[in-house]
Design a protein around this ligand. Structure first.
Ligand code: AP5
Length: 214
């Protein structure tokens, strides 16, 4: 299955994509994670991306498209993939459509996780991530078993730099201006499946599986 996870920052795209990836045995491709790994490793791409990410802005399309292009060519994407955080602009969606057409394939569904801005701001302050394996937790909604330690690899979990409230507000503004129009773009193609993302993580997962029919 070829899927896109759409939704505001903090809507739960990464949380649900990780669960789906395990269930469907297809790769979870998060452009945010790719950028964060590059920042951690001090690459040229990471240095450029950081300038935008720290301000709550989008990384320019040409940089983002080139990393997705390389990733989709890899062997493990042959039987499907879950794109999390891409596309995020109309030009990115148009590029993806063209690339998939050339490969003789298409996206099956776009799962749109719908959460209001007030809830997002509350969620982001409690998010903790593992800098080693990328697992995501929440101090209240998904706490680690041992305080401050990743359940999967035992590294010390951290707060993402772009989860500061003022950056979250600017990420939400960017989302409404540049990414929300994709709901209409994919609705016109009959691909959108909207799930209310305000419920608890497990309940949201059930709703995602139900709309996908898996
Ligand atoms: P990215 O990492 O993609 O950030 P984002 O879209 O802002 O999404 P998040 O990762 O913040 O949230 P999420 O929806 O995955 O939520 P999560 O599951 O973690 O991108 C970061 C930056 O990189 C961007 O700002 C941009 O600059 C750049 N970038 C990335 N892709 C780009 C692109 N295509 N083009 C240009 N630039 C790009 O959940 C959030 C928290 O809530 C967690 O703590 C979780 O445990 C908790 N939670 C999840 N679900 C629930 C629930 N149902 N109830 C309660 N808590 C919940």
């Amino acid at each position: 299955m070829k899927l896109i996870m759409l939704g505001a920052p903090g809507a739960g795209k990464g949380t649900q994509a990780a669960k789906l990836s395990e269930k469907l045995n297809i790769p979870h491709i998060s452009t945010g994670d790719i950028f964060r790994n590059n920042i951690k490793n001090g690459t040229e791409l990471g240095k450029k991306a950081k300038e935008y990410i720290d301000k709550g802005m989008l990384v320019p399309d040409e940089l983002t498209i080139s990393i997705v292009k390389d990733r989709l060519m890899q062997e493990d994407c042959k039987n499907g993939f879950i794109l999390d955080g891409f596309p995020r602009t109309i030009p990115q969606a148009e590029y993806l459509q063209k690339a998939l057409n050339e490969m003789g394939t298409d996206i099956d569904h776009v799962v749109n996780i719908d959460v209001d801005d007030g809830e997002i701001i509350k969620r982001m302050s409690g998010r903790r991530v593992c800098p080693n394996c990328g697992a995501t937790f929440h101090t209240v909604f998904k706490p680690t078993k041992t305080e401050g330690t990743c359940d999967l690899c035992q590294a010390k979990v951290i707060q993402r730099e772009d989860d500061k409230e003022e950056t979250v507000i600017s990420r939400l503004k960017t989302y409404h201006e540049q990414t929300e129009p994709l709901i209409d773009f994919y609705s016109k193609k009959g691909k959108i499946l909207t799930v209310a993302g305000r419920k608890e993580i497990e309940e949201t997962s059930k709703a995602v599986l139900e709309v996908l029919g898996v």
